[in-house]
Structures are given as structure tokens and as C-alpha cells.
Write a protein that binds this ligand. Structure first.
Ligand code: MGD
Ligand code: MGD
Ligand code: MO
Length: 758
């Protein structure tokens, strides 16, 4: 399998490589962020928009899920939040004339960057079987096509309903209710590729699949904050402000990462004069350059050293946990050569970390995709829970587990029931509330959905946001799978790769974005979202919608539901569409923790959902206690001449949305097809810095190739290469997934470098 450099835009022609940056944000951050908003949105609209990001009467930033402080700063956004807002509030438009001018085959040859730069979608579009172009269609006719396809299915399980994490609580709740009223749990979501491993490991061990810390635990209380497998300078820039606060009151920070990411070292706070012009705050006290996938061995070794040092909080362990003895026996069997091979770290590095831990009364571990997208992701996160439990670092101020979520409402969507494996209690509650019969068979997650499409078992694929074709692994297989589906439906704000790979018939349904005013029959509406720390709050768009034909996600789901189920069924779709408060009142009756939803979300800052381990050290697991686990170590060894590749984000993208072609912190300008390799590996492979290579991944069913990458000599951990996704998703085999969570293991793909074929 091979893919050409996939575009007609000659994006890579100006590629330049310089030294990586030593600090994050500061004045360049402010300038870059503002420039992109003002260029796309115009000055007045741009300034108005930015003033309302993450304010209590404004909208939730469509960037990441980092929480807002109780009293937001006057400008509570970051460079990358500004870019996310600019993408949505752009004045450019993709309308019927655009689609008439550009056949789908031509659109498919453009880069993701070019597609995203064309602007906002303005009206529903249909591509009928065999058509070369999308053409306009009315909303009623579009709903009719989807409704006919759904009501004609042999089984409701022949339909798949994907969700991306920007969807509001209200829209998500209705969307899953729609799928379950139809009779399927086929509700895959971006979380399957994201923090599924965290949810799986945390539910098993502490009984709740969400993080156990609040923002003030970080800013005001933690003695030690461990940041492992996360690049906050790029992906959660506002987290750096919180870390800076922690640092100024004396907290210590340890970063564990194969890459020396700029934001993990020094931060120049752009919201303070000191940060804009000065030298910034040194964030990390200790940087441990672990090998890819080495974290399981690392935390096992740390746990063993803590036990050996007599540093266990036995009072906590005895009262609140179970399984300690078995884990302690397993740690004693640890092979130190395996630990060295897996982590690539000298024993002094481990000991320095253990010393930090022993000095700290309270420890928080933060993580993101560097842990979740590996074969051993779930065991690794369980082992981090072991680490926290050993010293009672759960359920007290300044301590706990902090999976840092990605999409701004990905956590809320799961709370609302967007899940292919819903708990029986949730389905029971839906049945009681709505008088429907909820399906009990587990549905397809993202990877299983692709398998089902490939095998001809999907008749309708609908996506509430996101960019399924580009975000998922094994791009060529997935593209063919999507194109074989009889009907695909994309509810989207912007043009993207998935629209260029239509099913036999395909609809694009354009929707309102977070920043836009949402007026329904019952008046102006707001929606609600949940951040990474379980705080639920309102989000209110204020801009004039990009087109008068856009509909809200709620209006789209209810409009479709009325066509499928009519207006006489048990679910009041009409009133839901008119007034979102009626949706919230039902959520409050179905989902625990949402009592008095309407009143509590009206309070500035909203409210925090219950989390028993955090709130009262009660653990809703099978045993009623927090669970120590025994996790089998598997050292990732690669054949000679091969590297392990991780696929990461550049500083100029939001997942599959490519804002620009620079990755400032890593020294890359005007290009994305680069592969970062350690200089010692290059010497051993006999490949020069700057050489052009193909990346070839090796799997049981053969090779996969991504053509034409420039080699960049870079201080990544030895043996551990890095390149950007989505370009490298073609290399990730569909079956290469994490145990238990089935998340694509896109941070550990075995590759070889070959001289470029093109
Ligand atoms: N601007 C911007 N913000 C975003 C996003 C975006 O694309 N752009 N995406 C959003 C989403 S959906 C998400 S999920 C988050 C993602 O946030 P991150 O997880 O920070 O994103 P990645 O770029 O995947 O970076 C993974 C980090 O983990 C490290 N890493 C990889 N493998 C390992 C390993 O085996 N061990 C250790 N210790 N480290 C490892 C990598 O070197 C890198 O620093 O960001 C969210 N925020
Ligand atoms: N190789 C590799 N692959 C990965 C990852 C990786 O690290 N490496 N990361 C994975 C992760 S963590 C994630 S979360 C997934 C992301 O997967 P997705 O969530 O599917 O992808 P996005 O790129 O975030 O989706 C962008 C599209 O969403 C649409 N959109 C934006 N805002 C809205 C809105 O308000 N409403 C609607 N309806 N549509 C909207 C726009 O049309 C835009 O083109 O990718 C995963 N894929
Ligand atoms: Mo994500």
C-alpha cells in the first residue's frame, strides 16, 4: 500500500528547518494567535469574538477541554484557542457555487490545510450515486433521504452514528436518544481514539472513568505535578498558566516524555508583562526522556522503589484499597534489565524521581495521548493508579489522577451517553423516562465501525462533527470502507477530508458553531459543556451565523427524528427543538449529578459533577475499594534497522484541521512532511539530516508507506521517531490497537526509512 504526498498545493515547497524553541508562548504566541483571528474574521468581528471566549456570559472555547478558573482573566484564551475561534468565525464561505466549481475528485487532491482554508459550509449538499459534484438540496429533502434509508434497514445495527467532541451536552443527549430509539448502540466517538484507555483503566481501578482533581488542586495545593505523555505548550496552553501559578507557590514539576517539548521547560505567560518581555518561568525541575511505550516499566520500577524505601501509606492502603499484596509480589519480580531496555533511563533517573515523590505530601499525575495510544495503554494507566494509591494520593487536596482531555466537550458527550458500551443503569433510566426499549447489545466503537464498513455491514454512516476519514487509522483501508457505504451523512461546520470520500450517496449538513447565535422557536438558546475536571457550564454563541441556512446540531437531530418517528411517539422532539431547557430537564432526570440543572448552570461558572473517589474516598468498584492491579510488562523491542514512530500534533493544527504549516516550537516552517529522528539513529542507519525518505510501517499483513518525508535530526529519545498526523495515519494498521480500550496504537508504529520513491 502506498500513498503519494496527497496534494496539488505544493505545500512542502518552502519547508525550512531551524533549531527547536527553548520556551513556550510569550509575545510570539500573542501575535500568532491574534494575526490568525484578525486575518480570517476581520478586525471588529475578531476582537468582539475573542473578548467572549471562556467568559461567564460568552462561549466555551472550541479548542481544548482545560477548565476555566473561577474568575476568568479578561482574556481567558491562548494562541491556539484564538486559532480555533478564527477557524470558525472566518468570513470565507464554501457555498453552492464553490461545489459547482470544484468536482469531488479535485477536492480529494487538495491538502487538509487547503480544504480547511476554504471557509464555512453554508447550505445542505447532496452527492448522488455517480455524481462528480455535490449539489444543493433543501433540509426537508435531505432529512427525507436519511429517514428513508434508516427506516428501510433490516436491522438498526446496520447504521453507525459517530460523534466528535465539540457536540454540546444537549445535542449529544438527543443524538444518542435518537440512535437508541432506533434500536442501536452503534455510537462510536473520537474518545475511542483518545482517552478511552484512561476511562477503561480508571473505571476498573477507582470506579469512575474521569480525572479526580480540580483546577485548584493544581494551582493551590499539589506539591508535585507529574506531566507524562502530554505536550501542554501546544495542546493545552492555558494549562501552562496554571502550572506557573503552582510553580510560584513552590510546587515541583516533573516531565516524562521522549521529546523535550518547549512548553515543558520554560513558559512566558502572555497575559503578564513579565511573560511578554521577560525570561519566563522555568517549569520542569526534572525531565526524564523516556522511550516510547516505556511508562509502564517506569511506574512499575518507581512503585517497587517506593515499597523498598518503606514509603507506602499503609493506613490508606489498608482502609481504602484491595489487591496490594499481589501487586507487591509482582513488583519484587521486576527485571531491572527490562526496565532499562523499556525506559531507556538510567537508574539514577528513577531514583531522582522517587526522591521527588517522597518529598511531596501530595502528587498529581497529568497525562494525555502519549499514554493512551499504545498497546499497553490501559495497563500503564492502571500502574499510575497503583502509584497514586501507594501514598494515598487520591481523594485529598492537591492529589490525584488528571487525564487531560482533548476536545472541549468530549467528556460531556460520554456523560450524555455517547458510548457504544453504555452501562445498564443508563439504559434503564432512558427506558423509564421515555418509554422506549433501549438496545442491550454493545455497539461498534470506532475501529469496529471501520471493520464493519469494510465488510459491507454498514448501510448508513452518520457523523455529528469530526473528520472520520482523516482522524482514523489505516487511511487507505478506511477511505475505501467509507466509500463503499450506501449513505454517508456529515454534520459539519467546515469542509474536510471526509467530504471528499463520500459514500455512494452522501450528504453534508452544515451546522452552527459554538461562537454563533442560536435562535429557535422558544427564543435564543444556550448549550452546556463539561470540562476535563467535570465542571459543567453554559456556552452562548454571540456572532451572526455564517449563513441563514445553518441549523443547530439540536435542530438537525430533532428534525431527522421527527421524519423517522413522527410527532406522536413517546419522545417530544418538537418541544426539544424549540427550547433546550426542556432537554436539560430530561437530562436531569436520567443522568445522576444533574439535579436542578437549569438553576445550577445559570450560576456563573456552573457546577461540578460528583466524583466519589475525589469527594469522599469512596470507590464504586465491584469490591467497593480502590483496586491495585498486577500488570504484565512487555518491552517494546524492534528488529534491527527499525524505529518506533509516534504520530503527534504540530503547533499549527487542531487534530485534522491544519491552521498553518509551521511547528514553531520544534523549529519547522512551511511544511509538515518531516520525520524527527535522533542523530545517533541517523548515524547508525547511514541517513543524513535533510534526506528525503519514505516511511514504511511493517505489520503482519504487509507494509504501508507514507511517501516523501524530510529527515530532521532531532533530540528525541533514541530509537523513537516522530511525525505529524493525519499524514501518517496511513501507516497505522487498523488492528494495531490498545488492549481493552481498542484505541489505535498510533504512538508506537514500527517503521523503517527507505530512500524516497517519488
Ligand atoms: N492546539 C491544539 N490543541 C489541542 C489539539 C490539537 O490538535 N491542537 N488536540 C486536542 C485533543 S483531541 C487532544 S486528545 C489533546 C492531545 O494532547 P497531547 O496528548 O499533548 O497531543 P500529542 O500531540 O498527541 O502529544 C503527545 C505527547 O506525548 C508524548 N509521548 C508520546 N508517546 C509517549 C510515551 O510513550 N511516553 C511518554 N511519556 N510520552 C509520550 C509526545 O512526545 C507528545 O509530547 O490536545 C487537545 N488540544
Ligand atoms: N495518528 C493519529 N491519529 C489520531 C490522533 C493521534 O494522536 N494520532 N489523535 C486522535 C484523537 S485524540 C482524536 S480526539 C481524533 C479527532 O477526531 P475528530 O474529532 O473526528 O476530528 P477533528 O479534526 O477534531 O474534526 C474536525 C472537523 O469537525 C468539524 N467541526 C468543527 N466544529 C464543529 C461543530 O461545532 N459541530 C460540528 N458538527 N462539526 C464541527 C469540522 O467540519 C472539522 O473539519 O483524532 C484521533 N486521530
Ligand atoms: Mo483527542
Amino acid at each position: 500500500m502506498t500513498t503519494p504526498a496527497p496534494n496539488d498545493d505544493h505545500d512542502e515547497a518552502g519547508l525550512r528547518v531551524g533549531p527547536p524553541a527553548k520556551s513556550a508562548a510569550g509575545l510570539p504566541g500573542v501575535v500568532h494567535g491574534l494575526a490568525s483571528v484578525l486575518e480570517q474574521a476581520g478586525v471588529r468581528r475578531g476582537v468582539k469574538t475573542l473578548r467572549l471566549v471562556n467568559q461567564q456570559r460568552g462561549f466555551d472555547c472550541p479548542g481544548c477541554a482545560w477548565p476555566e478558573p473561577g474568575k476568568p482573566h479578561l482574556v481567558e484564551f491562548c494562541e491556539n484557542g484564538a486559532k480555533a475561534v478564527a477557524e470558525e468565525s472566518t468570513v470565507r464561505r464554501v457555498d453552492a457555487a464553490f461545489f459547482a466549481a470544484h468536482p469531488i475528485a479535485e477536492l480529494a487532491r487538495h491538502s487538509d490545510h487547503w480544504l480547511g482554508q476554504q471557509g464555512r459550509l453554508t447550505q445542505p449538499m447532496l452527492r448522488d450515486a455517480g455524481d462528480a459534484h455535490y449539489r444543493p438540496i433543501g433540509w426537508d429533502a435531505a432529512f427525507g433521504i436519511v429517514a428513508d434509508a434508516l427506516t428501510g434497514l433490516d436491522s438498526p445495527d446496520d447504521a453507525v452514528f459517530y460523534t466528535s467532541g465539540r457536540t454540546s451536552n444537549e445535542a449529544a443527549f438527543l443524538y444518542q436518544l435518537f440512535a437508541r430509539t432506533l434500536g442501536t448502540n452503534n455510537l462510536p466517538d473520537c474518545s475511542n481514539m483518545c482517552h478511552e484507555s484512561s476511562g477503561a483503566a480508571l473505571s476498573e481501578t477507582i470506579g469512575v472513568g474521569k480525572g479526580s482533581v480540580s483546577l485548584t488542586d493544581i494551582t493551590d495545593h499539589a506539591d508535585l505535578i507529574v506531566i507524562v505523555g502530554q505536550n501542554p505548550g501546544t495542546n493545552h496552553p492555558r494549562m501552562l498558566t496554571s502550572l506557573e501559578e503552582a510553580k510560584r507557590r513552590g510546587a515541583r514539576i516533573v516531565a516524562i516524555n521522549p521529546l523535550p517539548e518547549a512548553g515543558l521547560h520554560t513558559f512566558k505567560n502572555p497575559q503578564k508583562v513579565r511573560g511578554v518581555v521577560g525570561r519566563g518561568t522555568l517549569l520542569s525541575d526534572l525531565f526524564l526522556q523516556v522511550r516510547l511505550g516505556g511508562d509502564l516499566a517506569f511506574f512499575q520500577a518507581v512503585n517497587r522503589l517506593l515499597v523498598d524505601a518503606g514509603a507506602v501509606d499503609h493506613a490508606f492502603v489498608d482502609e481504602y484499597t484491595t489487591g496490594y499484596d499481589d501487586a507487591a509480589v509482582a513488583w519484587q519480580k521486576l527485571d531491572w534489565d527490562d526496565v532499562a531496555a523499556a525506559t531507556g533511563l538510567p537508574k539514577q533517573g528513577l531514583e531522582a524521581f522517587v526522591a521527588e515523590v517522597q518529598r511531596a505530601e501530595s502528587v498529581i499525575v497529568c497525562w494525555a495521548m502519549g499514554l493512551t495510544q499504545h498497546k499497553k495503554a490501559v495497563p500503564t494507566i492502571r500502574e499510575i493508579v497503583n502509584f497514586l494509591l501507594l501514598r494515598g494520593n487520591i481523594g485529598r487536596p492537591g492529589a490525584g489522577a488528571c487525564p487531560v482531555r482533548g476536545h472541549s466537550n468530549v467528556q460531556g458527550d460520554r456523560t450524555m451517553g455517547i458510548w457504544e458500551k453504555p452501562p445498564a443503569t443508563f439504559l434503564d433510566a432512558l427506558e423509564t423516562e421515555f418509554g422506549i426499549t433501549a438496545p442491550r447489545r454493545p455497539g461498534h466503537d470506532t475501529v469496529d465501525s471501520i471493520r464493519a464498513m469494510r465488510d459491507g455491514r454498514v448501510e448508513v454512516f452518520m457523523a455529528m462533527g469530526g473528520n472520520f476519514a482523516a482522524a482514523t487509522p489505516d487511511s487507505e483501508l478506511t477511505a475505501a470502507a467509507l466509500q463503499s457505504v450506501p449513505l454517508t451523512v456529515h454534520v459539519s461546520t467546515k469542509l474536510n477530508r471526509s467530504h471528499t470520500l463520500p459514500g455512494r450517496r452522501s450528504l453534508i449538513l452544515p451546522c452552527l458553531g459554538r461562537t454563533e447565535r442560536d435562535v429557535q422557536a422558544g427564543g435564543e438558546q444556550f448549550v452546556t459543556v463539561e470540562d476535563s475536571m467535570s465542571a459543567v457550564h453554559a456556552s452562548r454563541g454571540t456572532l451572526k451565523p455564517a449563513s441563514d441556512q445553518l441549523r443547530s446540531e439540536v435542530a438537525i437531530v430533532t428534525g431527522l427524528a421527527r421524519r423517522v418517528f413522527g410527532d406522536s411517539g413517546p419522545v417530544p422532539w418538537v418541544s426539544f427543538a424549540a427550547d433546550y431547557a426542556t432537554v436539560r430537564s430530561r437530562i436531569a432526570r436520567v443522568i445522576p449529578g444533574f439535579d436542578d440543572y437549569e438553576a445550577r448552570v445559570a450560576v456563573p461558572g456552573g457546577f461540578v459533577l460528583p466524583h466519589p473517589p475525589r469527594d469522599s474516598r469512596s470507590f464504586p468498584t465491584a469490591s467497593g475499594k480502590a483496586q491495585f492491579s498486577v500488570n504484565e510488562l512487555e518491552v517494546l523491542r524492534v528488529p534491527p534497522g527499525r524505529l518506533i514512530l509516534q504520530t503527534v500534533r504540530s503547533h499549527d493544527q487542531f487534530n485534522t484541521t491544519i491552521y498553518g504549516l509551521d511547528d514553531r516550537y520544534r523549529g519547522i516552517r512551511d511544511g509538515r512532511r518531516v520525520v524527527f529522528v535522533n542523530p545517533a539513529d541517523l548515524a547508525e542507519l547511514g541517513i543524513a539530516d535533510g534526506a528525503m525518505v519514505d516511511l514504511v510501517s511493517e505489520w503482519t499483513d504487509g507494509d504501508r508507506r507514507a511517501a516523501s518525508f524530510r529527515v530532521v535530526s532531532y533530540p528525541t529519545a533514541p530509537g523513537c521517531a516522530a511525525a505529524y498526523f493525519p499524514e501518517t495515519n496511513v501507516l497505522v494498521p487498523l488492528d494495531h490497537t490498545a488492549e481493552v480500550s481498542n484505541t489505535p496504537a498510533s504512538k508506537s508504529v514500527v517503521i523503517r526509512l527507505e530512500p524516497a520513491s517519488a
